[in-house]
Ligand binder design. Structure first.
Ligand code: HPA
Ligand code: ZN
Length: 339
């Protein structure tokens, strides 16, 4: 059996479905923007920043991640951030990407909703024109904030339904179950936003049930803890609810002790549509190719399984059927090139 090499992964067309744009802020760009905007950082050097990136749980990471985001102030900042990510996506053969953004992280600091949105969408347009990368934008509510703040954010998004495809739920999970946002999600769905939610990263399987039955999500972000509940695994397989899993994130945030313990393969073998993604690559030590390679090595995945993962992401993407066909055709050509 042919082994999965870095070259095999690098050459494979991919889609990324779980990526926080604020989590692509590399230390170099953080310093550059801090300087450009006159924002002071609690770090002296890029080395200091990297040394601070040791986390024992989700909250440890979020504290540093919200700190870093303070350097983002202007439309150009959001454009530069997004284009830098898209450049890497292009270099890694990512053909389609679905990007989360957290408006509340910025509006709370006095940055206008439109400043964030216009900077990001200008870069998305550029990447489509220059490199043919297609994308969708998903606006996340910060779950540690209250329901009213989420309603206010939804109201700000209403005039921009042409640019924002879906709504999601992120930040500190435990103690902030999906049910807290049931009414906001109902209103968002009514307005035409496609719902997704982070669930079962640190929170229990019960939170995944809530995301399914109370938020009516089209896709689940992380979902690791589904393995604790056989009835839930069956439901996910039956309804083909995709999980956007993030191996290096799970390792860095101690969701798994060792990647060998990661539930991705067990879930895949039970018929769940699992996918591989990078989450916050600037903080977790790897973009798409590094995530694929790490999980393939740890779980000794076959080339066939890796191709299934790539295909799962195309199947679970929020793309037109004609774009989906292009993605699958690209994957088929890649497979044929090895025959
Ligand atoms: N989980 C929850 N919130 C987040 C994450 C995550 O992995 N990344 C950025 N915000
Ligand atoms: Zn995430």
């Amino acid at each position: 059996m042919q082994t999965v090499t870095p070259e095999f992964i690098a050459g494979m067309p991919k889609a990324e479905l779980h990526l926080h744009i604020e989590g692509t802020l590399e230390p170099d760009l953080m310093f550059y923007l801090a300087e450009r905007n006159g924002v002071s950082l609690p770090f002296e050097t890029v080395e200091d920043v990297r040394k601070a990136y040791h986390f024992s749980n989700l909250q440890d990471f979020l504290d540093i991640y919200y700190q870093g985001a303070r350097v983002l102030l202007t439309e150009d900042d959001f454009y530069d951030l997004t284009l830098e990510y898209l450049q890497r996506a292009y270099e890694q053969n990512v053909w389609h990407t679905e990007i989360f953004f957290d408006p509340q992280t910025h509006t709370e600091r006095g940055v206008a909703f439109e400043t964030v949105l216009n900077g990001i969408t200008a870069a998305l347009k550029q990447a489509d024109e220059d490199w043919g990368i297609t994308s969708r934008l998903i606006m996340c509510f910060l779950r540690h904030l209250d329901e009213q703040a989420a309603f206010d954010t939804l109201a700000q998004a209403m005039p921009h339904r042409d640019k924002i495809y879906g709504v999601g739920l992120d930040s500190s999970e435990v103690g902030h179950p999906p049910s807290k946002f049931e009414r906001v999600f109902a209103k968002a769905r009514e307005a035409g936003f496609v719902p997704v939610a982070h669930a079962g990263e640190e929170g229990p399987a019960e939170y995944i049930w809530e995301a399914l039955d109370r938020l009516h999500v089209a896709r689940l972000d992380h979902g690791n803890r589904a393995v604790d509940d056989p009835a839930l695994v069956e439901r996910l397989a039956q309804d083909q609810i995709a999980l956007t899993m993030c191996p290096l994130s799970n390792l860095k945030l101690c969701v798994v002790k060792d990647l060998k313990d990661h539930p991705l393969r067990r879930l895949m073998q039970k018929g769940v549509r699992v996918t591989v993604n990078s989450d916050d690559p600037a903080y977790f030590g790897g973009y798409m190719n590094e995530n694929y390679l790490a999980i393939a090595r740890a779980l000794e995945l076959t080339r066939g399984e890796v191709l299934t993962l790539a295909g799962n992401a195309f199947a679970a993407s929020f793309v037109s059927e004609s774009r989906r066909k292009e993605l699958f055709d690209g994957l088929a050509r890649y497979v044929a090139s090895f025959a």
